[in-house]
Write a protein that binds this ligand. Structure first.
Ligand SMILES: *Cc1c(COP(=O)(O)O)cnc(C)c1O
Length: 363
């Protein structure tokens, strides 16, 4: 790391990318594999770009074991546009959908969906500052709901579903923006999985949507063309100019993951990193975790000292030591260490060592 004087960046997103990927991208920046041009300059209709997007999709399918009856789309509009596209496309029969509200992103999704149909919040942990994941079972959902919506990993609060809700035949939609590719998931248990790439995959600008094909084609007639999944599914994400650069870097990350043991290997490392950080928090006389133990996120570790000034003091000390972006989300305060796949284990070790040093200084 020191070679480039890089810091350990604990940002929730955009966030760190694997150094090896950045180096490859740098190497190919001015002349992509002998084409004489950068991917940034390349026509999205060129044979070279076609290969880039096709390989990216094929590699993601391999990494996640995506069944053939699912489409993979690379879209723009960030995670936020999916808050609208999901209800517009999926409220196809009863116009009812059931949401589990486990944090701000889920709440934003819920509020947006309310513009389009009969939306019910079936469970929420808001009353306890989203510090846990509610238990829900099949009976909690309306039998005629068009879909059930969850945010699988709550980036801001640092919680994650420890289970996949049983929704019976109702398609389950999951926002996996901050945890995609951190653990193996059985895609067939979901109707739609989607993720903004800037957390655990790539630079900002592309959103990955994995959607079962029988859920495509139900958007109302007057739906803006870009907001209809069918538009993108029929044209393999090339209806209009896709976010070429972000797709290219995502593809490079996918290759890197495949060469390094795939999702199981990432998961093993992610668990190791998270476990040692949580252990340090639990053993600390100063810091404490904010989420119920069994619902803790592997990716976003939230903790507090209970004293705003002390939080700020630690954040400043960390920054001086090359550990940046440890401040909790502006709406919740405290501390948050986002330790996505690309955060090296040494970064977590450095954070733990600094926490110990800070504790010593307070004795
Ligand atoms: C960041 C994030 C979003 C919003 O993504 P944008 O690309 O900024 O719109 C949505 N859901 C989750 C879980 C996130 O972490």
């Amino acid at each position: 790391m020191s070679k480039y004087e890089r810091v350990y960046n604990f940002s929730a997103g955009p966030s760190m990318l694997p150094l090896e990927v950045l180096e490859n991208v740098q190497k190919d920046l001015l002349n992509y594999k002998g084409t004489g041009e950068s991917v940034m300059e390349m026509s999205h209709r060129s044979a070279e770009f076609k290969a880039i997007i096709e390989d990216a999709e094929a590699d993601l399918r391999k990494l996640m074991n995506i069944p053939d009856n699912y489409k993979v789309l690379f879209l723009q509009g960030g995670g936020t546009l999916q808050f609208s596209m999901i209800p517009i496309n999926l409220l196809r029969n009863s116009k009812k959908a059931d949401y589990i509200v486990t944090g701000q992103w889920a709440k934003k999704a819920y509020k947006e969906a309310c513009k389009f149909g009969d939306i019910k919040c079936v469970a929420s942990s808001e009353e306890d500052t989203y510090s846990y994941i509610p238990e829900v079972s099949r009976e909690d959902f309306r039998a005629d709901a068009d879909y059930v919506y969850i945010c699988y990993n709550n980036t801001i609060y640092g919680s994650k579903f420890p289970y996949i809700p049983d929704t019976g035949d109702i398609p389950l939609v999951a926002d996996m923006s901050s945890c995609i590719l951190s653990e193996e998931v059985d895609v067939s248990r979901f109707g739609v999985i989607w993720a903004g790439a800037q957390k655990n995959v790539a630079p900002a600008g592309v959103t990955i949507v994995i959607i079962r094909d029988d859920l495509i084609g139900f958007a109302p007639e007057d739906t803006p063309v870009y907001l209809d999944y069918k538009t993108h599914a029929e044209k393999d994400s090339m209806y209009n100019t896709p976010p070429c650069w972000s797709i290219y870097v995502a593809g490079e990350v996918f290759k890197y993951l495949l060469e390094n043991g795939g999702v199981p290997a990432m998961h093993e490392k992610d668990v190791r990193k998270a476990e040692k950080l949580y252990a340090a928090i639990d053993a600390s006389p100063i810091f404490r975790g904010t989420v119920r133990e069994k619902d803790r996120s592997l990716m976003n570790v939230t903790f507090v000292t209970g004293d705003k000034d002390m939080d700020a003091e630690f954040i400043a000390m960390a920054k001086e030591n090359g550990l940046i972006n440890l401040k909790g989300h502006r709406t919740v305060g405290g501390l948050r260490a986002s330790i996505y796949n690309a955060m090296p284990e040494e970064g977590v070790d450095a954070l733990i060592a600094l926490m110990k040093k800070f504790e010593e200084s307070k004795k």
